[in-house]
Design a protein around this ligand. Structure first.
Ligand SMILES: NC(=O)c1ccc[n+]([C@@H]2O[C@H](COP(=O)([O-])OP(=O)(O)OC[C@H]3O[C@@H](n4cnc5c(N)ncnc54)[C@H](OP(=O)(O)O)[C@@H]3O)[C@@H](O)[C@H]2O)c1
Length: 347
């Protein structure tokens, strides 16, 4: 198939290119050329800003489009309308963040989603369409904006549209540093602060498994909306950290720290301690790492062993060299918290 990716070789886009090439497909990438433009010399590069100039798409046809870079409904609408008669299938990468209420585990695709309120629509004028991530309003409205983008894609492509709603995407090239924090920290060894209950359920999806599956949806022109996270067995935080330890053959010892203590000590869930979602101090996000993936499994989503994801992420992280961390505790803060936790236990 001829596949157009509206996105780039940053993270998921990179794995989509690899999966599509491995499947024998011809690939074109449409982006501004800022992210590693020299990668994939065998792939056609179409240059443009999807919030502005789409002329590079003119006069071309594709069997399928995968859109990894859609965040604003009007920007997605311009691209989708332009491509309606030039492409067979349109796959939009959305997010589990579309959902309105994460307080219950086991949610599926039919659970209510957030929509933009009229006041929120007003705020969109403060977002630069070419650089949405730089706007605080965008970060706050990420979930409902993805819902609106999904709606645009469904309206434009109808039965020729598919939508994936990934949970936390992990694996090599994960620039958000959440899973890389855990693989690196555990590989360092010693006493590691682990949040909450060891049995707390968690979910992640390797970007390569997601990419393979999206390419297969596009190949088959499979319509529908799918929650896309994993694995297909109940994974716990302890299981995830064990996979990191096995991948690194490290001597890490986990000290499980009560979540009330973490909250009292102003440790932020999610970014500061990745994959930690409070269960008792707040239940508002209890279900975000406990989504039902039945529908995607029925449509062929499969997962590699987590230890493989951890090993490959660690190898990538080591090759990457020193960098600013976007997520995770500093070692100083981790040490101070562990010391305070021990003192509390002695008291
Ligand atoms: N990471 C997660 O855990 C997670 C979870 C749920 C959902 N998601 C979704 O997954 C998707 C994948 O993100 P990714 O960063 O991995 O995708 P990617 O395709 O690897 O990278 C995004 C690419 O889009 C291009 N781009 C951005 N703005 C553009 C514009 N205005 N015009 C043209 N090209 C543009 C960028 O290249 P240039 O800068 O060169 O233009 C960049 O390389 C996103 O939609 C995200 O919301 C991610």
């Amino acid at each position: 198939m001829d596949l157009l990716i509206l996105g780039g070789p940053r993270f998921l886009g990179r794995h989509l290119v690899t999966a599509a090439l491995a499947g024998g497909h011809r690939v074109a990438l449409f982006n501004r050329g800022r992210t590693e433009p020299e990668l994939f010399p065998e792939v056609e590069k179409l240059r443009g800003d999807r919030a502005g100039d789409l002329s590079a798409l003119e006069g071309r046809t594709w069997d399928a489009v995968v859109d990894t870079s859609g965040f604003l409904p009007e920007v997605v609408r311009r691209g989708a309308e332009r491509l309606r008669d030039q492409a067979g299938h349109y796959h939009f990468v959305s997010s589990v963040s579309v959902h309105a209420d994460f307080s219950k585990p086991g949610m599926d695709e039919e659970a209510p989603v957030q929509r933009l309120t009229p006041e929120e629509h007003e705020r969109l004028s403060t977002i630069d369409p070419s650089e949405p991530m730089k706007s605080p309003a965008f970060m706050e409205l990420y979930g409902p904006l993805k819902t609106e983008c999904e709606q645009v894609v469904r309206e434009t492509f109808g039965e020729r549209a598919s939508i994936s709603r990934p949970g936390l995407i992990v694996g090599p090239h994960d620039y958000m540093d959440r899973f890389p924090y855990w693989v690196s920290r555990v590989a360092e060894g010693g006493e590691v602060l682990a949040p909450g209950r060891p049995e707390r359920p968690v979910q992640v999806i390797d970007a390569r498994d997601l990419a393979d599956w999206i390419v297969r949806l596009a190949e088959g022109g499979v319509p529908g909306t799918f929650t896309a996270t994993g694995p297909d067995y109940p994974l716990t935080m302890e299981g995830l950290l064990d996979a990191c330890r096995n991948a690194a053959s490290s001597d890490a010892r986990f000290t499980w720290v009560d979540e009330a203590f973490l909250v009292e000590n102003q440790v932020g869930p999610w970014e500061e301690l990745p994959m930690w979602v409070p269960e008792t101090t707040s239940t508002s996000h209890l279900g975000i790492l406990q989504m039902s993936v039945r529908r995607a499994l029925d449509r062929g989503l499969r997962f590699r062993p987590l230890v493989e994801t951890a090993r490959d992420t660690l190898n990538w992280e080591r090759a990457r060299g020193p960098h600013e961390w976007r997520s995770g505790l500093t070692r100083e803060k981790e040490r101070a918290l562990l010391e305070a936790w021990r003192q509390l236990a002695r008291a």
